[in-house]
Design a protein around this ligand. Structure first.
Ligand SMILES: [Zn+2]
Length: 117
């Protein structure tokens, strides 16, 4: 099952929604790349010429919108009207998993050092 996600420019009243979806899943590469591009605006002026971007249907959608809104406040909006703030951890759980992995590895090193004592 997929859900189309769009950017929304909050600096316009009413907000302007991107014409094309930039991803269909919140846990995939296009979603993370779209959020990363939005957070690192402005997008490169030659984004369309960059093969890796031009080859990517969703990233091209993201860049087309982001290039037109280089400094605006943006939000994320899906086809069902659900909104999320634009932030590095907008995707579901990905950063939580990383945090958990770091926690468990540091916990085991603490256990190891106490064993040595
Ligand atoms: Zn705008």
């Amino acid at each position: 099952m997929s859900t189309y996600w769009y950017f929304e420019c909050l600096d316009h009243d009413p907000p302007i929604q991107s014409e094309d979806e930039f991803t269909q899943h919140t846990d995939d590469y296009p979603f993370r790349e779209g959020v990363r591009l939005a957070l690192s605006r402005p997008v490169p002026e030659d984004w369309w010429d960059r093969k890796t971007l031009a080859d990517n249907y969703f990233t091209a959608h993201a860049c087309r919108f982001l290039a037109n809104h280089p400094t605006c406040s943006l939000g994320l909006l899906n086809e069902y009207g659900e909104r999320r703030p634009l932030s590095a951890d907008s995707s579901n759980g990905a950063s939580d998993l990383n945090a958990t992995a770091l926690d468990s590895s540091s916990a085991s090193s603490v256990v190891g050092s106490s064993d040595a004592d």
